[in-house]
Every structure is written in structure tokens, then in C-alpha cells.
Ligand binder design. Structure first.
Ligand code: ARG
Length: 468
């Protein structure tokens, strides 16, 4: 290797080659640098470099002495970064060049050999994938925690009756536990999606080099195995230019946030004076600086707002790819901030919701009262008539008359005397009151996926077994 100036990587204007006749302008330096956000990839960058160096030595591309010097140097770099002593330099553009420059200071020529058969194009793609894979694992754990917390809330309230809504109009009574289990299903699917995305994230670009592969006899499979990856990217051009994995992740994260946002909207409504269905523990709420009586559900409101931010990142990432010719383009540097913020926002939100679920108090009496207000058992009366031989459409019409009568007397269907009910159809007997009660309506829906508390409990058991 030819002798290069010692400070070569310290002076970025000369880092590329002698071809450049003037230094980069300060404005351009600041515009193009990514170090102040991509430095958070440092652990992945060092892990990737260690696996690459190890393979270079095994393949006889670098000497064992150089390998040892690289390992020692990178251990020190890691220690310096971890302890906050590392000096990140804007002049060195990004996390990769910063680490490599410091390694070269520490390990001399061995440091300069680390980049053999590698480009920052396959290096950065590898780093982002490694980092994201580990973040997905944390997100999966948090999704598990949230599901478990919601299962607890569902179990404590399996017998609590609330009005189920369609069009936000009282529709049929449901168990509050059943309603919570709907969210467990959503977050369960989010976890499935994350697991699926992880498979495509966890593939190795290294070996693609700049875009065409490399003439060194690299053992890519070995590096993939050492990094715990599920395989190597099979086309070098795709390996350095693909960011589908980041987009899919952002899409899965957006959907998880959408679920959080729907739950948030319900919590906000339920905590309002008009509903009065729940209370959220004080530690998750704030007051007003002017209205002393106020207690606001800030956490769900903010989560609903942050959903917009994550969906925005998805739009940013997907638009970033549009119109990019193959292979690597500097545009891709713009993948990091949205990706990082998506991960941070989702993790914080999942964590806080799992905690908040423990702090939700359910006002069973208010829910039940609301369920009584909307003739929620009308369908049950129709079903009763069908079981007595009426066609469903006729039963539907009969019940409409009964509801009209109850409305005019301002009473619930269950409060109409038998003599009055019989006027609508003589098949109606005393046993009708079993189905007209909210409890009777709930218990009757004892079908797989239905709201009967017995079904709710068996679903809770199924989810618990699934979550382990
Ligand atoms: N900072 C760059 C990024 O985030 C690293 C790769 C740069 N490669 C290049 N050829 N300029 O994408």
C-alpha cells in the first residue's frame, strides 16, 4: 500500500483522492454530514467491522497481526464512545469515517486495511439493518408487554357491561374485557408484522462493496453467520440501494401507532364528562393552568398526535425512494432521522401505554347505564322472536314497533310490561325478560369470538398461552 499522509482522514477535502483541488466549503460540509445523527449506529458499525476483519483474516486477505491490531483498536474506540470520550468530527462526515479515522490513529496501517473489499455503501446498509434488527427485538418485547397489560385490564373487567357502538351509536352490549381484547388482536398482528419484517431486515449487504461486488475472495456467508443474519443479499446492486426494509418497518410501525391512536381516541372520549366510563391515574394526566377543575388525558392525546408524526416518516421514507436510479445515492442518508424517530416514538409510546393500562379505572355503573339508554337489546328481542318461529325480517319490524313504544314511554325494552309486549306479538312470553336484560344479551353471545364473558375468559387464556 502506498504511503498516505498521516492526517489523510482528518482532512476530508483530501479524503477521497488527490483529484480534488480545493477543500469542501463549510456550508457543504455541514449540509452533507450525517455524523451528528448517524453516530447512534456506532455499535452496529463496530460489530460489522469486527465481523468483516475476522473474515478478511480467515481468508488470508489481511494478516493475523493486522487483525489483532484492528480488534484491539476497535475495542478501544468502543470504550471511548461508550464513555463519552470519543471526539466526533463534522469534518469526518459520518459515523463510518469517524470510527475508521480513530482506528487508524490507534492501529496505524492495520486500520487502513479494514476497508479492504468494502465500501461505505454496503457498510451503511449493513449498519442500519443490524441496528434496526435489534430495535425490532425491543419493540417485539414492548408489544408483548402491552398485550399482557391489556389482558390484565380485560380480565379484571370481563363481566363489566358497556355499550358496544357502531356509528358511535349504542348498538349492542359488550363486555369491556371483550372490547380490550380487540386491541390485543391488533397489537398481536403488529407483532406478527414486525417479526415478518425482521426476516427481510436481517440480511447482509457486506460484500456488495460500492455496487458491483468485489474481486477479493470474501466469505459473505461467514460474515452473515457471525452477525446472526439470516442470509446475504443476493444482488450487489440491490444490496446497496434497497431501503424497502426501512419502509416496511415504518409501515408496520405506522399501523401499530394507528392502533394506539384509535385506543387513544376511545380513552379520551371515555374519560370525558359526557361518557364518564373510565378514569386514568393522575400520573398520566395533567391539569390546566387556568381551570383548576381540569384533569386532561394528555398521554393518549399526545400519542394520537405522535401517530401523525410516524405516518409522516413513512411518507418521507417512501418518497425518498421514488425516482432513485440504481444503485446507491446520497439521498439514502436521509433514511436515518425518520427511521430513528419512528423507533423512538413507537418504543416510548408502547412503554407508556403498557404502564397506563394498569392505571385505568373502569366505571362499570356508568357503562351499564349508557348501555341501557340505547335499546341495546333490540336485536336480542328479534332473535327471540325468530326462535319462536318468525322470519328475521318480520321480527326486525316487530321490534322496531316495540322500541318506538318504549321510547314514547321513556323506558327500556325490559321495562315494558308483558301485556304491552304481547301486543306486538302473542308468541312473547315471560321468558323474554331473560334476553331483554343486558346480562342475558351478553351471555347469549357464547360463540367463538363473541362477547359472552365465558368466551372472553377463554380468549384471555389463549392469548396468555400464545404470549408465553
Ligand atoms: N453517510 C452515508 C449514508 O448514510 C454513508 C454512505 C456514503 N456513501 C457514499 N458513497 N457517499 O448513506
Amino acid at each position: 500500500m502506498s504511503k498516505t499522509p498521516k492526517n489523510q482522514l482528518d482532512r476530508k477535502s483530501q479524503a477521497w483522492s488527490a483529484l480534488f483541488s480545493e477543500p469542501m466549503s463549510d456550508l457543504v460540509k455541514r449540509y452533507t454530514a450525517s455524523v451528528f445523527f448517524d453516530k447512534r449506529l456506532w455499535r452496529a458499525d463496530i460489530a460489522g467491522s469486527l465481523a468483516h476483519a475476522d473474515m478478511l483474516a480467515k481468508q488470508g486477505i489481511i494478516s493475523t497481526q493486522d487483525h489483532a491490531a484492528i480488534e484491539k483498536g476497535l475495542a478501544q474506540v468502543a470504550q471511548e464512545i461508550d464513555s463519552g470520550k470519543f471526539e466526533w468530527k463534522l469534518d469526518l462526515e459520518d459515523v463510518h469515517l469517524n470510527i475508521e479515522a480513530r482506528l487508524t490513529q490507534l492501529a496505524g496501517d492495520a486500520g487502513k486495511r479494514l476497508h479492504t473489499g468494502r465500501s461505505r455503501n454496503d457498510q451503511v446498509a449493513t449498519d442500519v439493518r443490524l441496528w434496526l434488527r435489534d430495535e425490532i427485538d425491543l419493540i417485539l418485547a414492548l408489544l408483548g408487554d402491552l398485550q399482557r397489560a391489556l389482558l390484565g385490564l380485560a380480565e379484571r373487567n370481563a363481566d363489566v357491561i358497556m355499550p358496544g357502538f357502531t356509528h358511535l351509536q349504542v348498538a349492542q352490549p359488550v363486555s369491556f374485557g371483550h372490547h380490550m381484547l380487540a386491541y390485543v388482536e391488533m397489537f398481536g398482528r403488529d407483532a406478527e408484522r414486525m417479526t415478518d419484517v425482521r426476516r427481510r431486515v436481517n440480511r447482509l449487504p457486506l460484500g456488495a462493496a460500492a455496487l458491483a461486488g468485489t474481486s477479493y475472495p470474501l466469505d459473505r456467508e461467514q460474515v452473515a453467520g457471525a452477525l446472526g443474519m439470516e442470509g446475504v443479499c443476493q444482488n450487489s446492486i440491490d444490496a446497496v440501494s434497497d431501503r424497502d426494509f426501512a419502509i416496511e418497518f415504518a409501515a408496520a410501525a405506522s399501523l401499530a401507532m394507528i392502533h394506539i391512536s384509535r385506543l387513544s381516541e376511545e380513552l379520551v372520549l371515555w374519560m370525558s364528562q359526557s361518557f364518564g366510563f373510565i378514569d386514568i391515574a393522575d400520573r398520566f394526566c395533567t391539569g390546566s393552568s387556568i381551570m383548576p377543575q381540569k384533569k386532561n388525558p394528555d398521554v393518549p392525546e399526545l400519542a394520537r398526535g405522535k401517530t401523525g408524526r410516524v405516518v409522516g416518516h413513512l411518507m418521507g421514507l417512501i418518497t425518498l425512494m421514488k425516482g432513485q436510479p440504481l444503485a446507491y445515492n446520497k439521498d439514502n442518508q436521509e433514511d436515518k432521522e425518520p427511521l430513528f424517530d419512528t423507533v423512538d416514538t413507537l418504543k416510548d409510546t408502547l412503554r407508556i401505554f403498557a404502564e397506563m393500562a394498569e392505571g385505568i379505572t373502569v366505571r362499570a355503573d356508568a357503562m351499564e347505564k349508557a348501555a341501557l339508554r340505547g335499546y341495546a337489546t333490540a336485536t336480542d328481542l328479534a332473535d327471540y322472536l325468530v326462535k319462536k318461529g318468525l322470519a328475521f325480517r318480520d321480527a326486525h319490524e316487530t321490534v322496531a314497533h316495540a322500541v318506538k313504544a318504549a321510547m314514547s314511554h321513556q323506558v327500556d325494552l325490559s321495562e315494558l310490561p308483558l301485556a304491552v309486549l304481547k301486543q306486538f306479538n302473542s308468541v312473547i312470553e315471560k321468558d323474554v325478560y331473560d334476553v331483554l336484560s343486558l346480562r342475558g344479551s351478553l351471555d347469549a353471545r357464547d360463540i367463538l369470538g363473541g362477547t359472552a364473558p365465558a368466551q372472553v375468559r377463554s380468549q384471555i387464556a389463549r392469548h396468555r398461552a400464545r404470549l408465553g
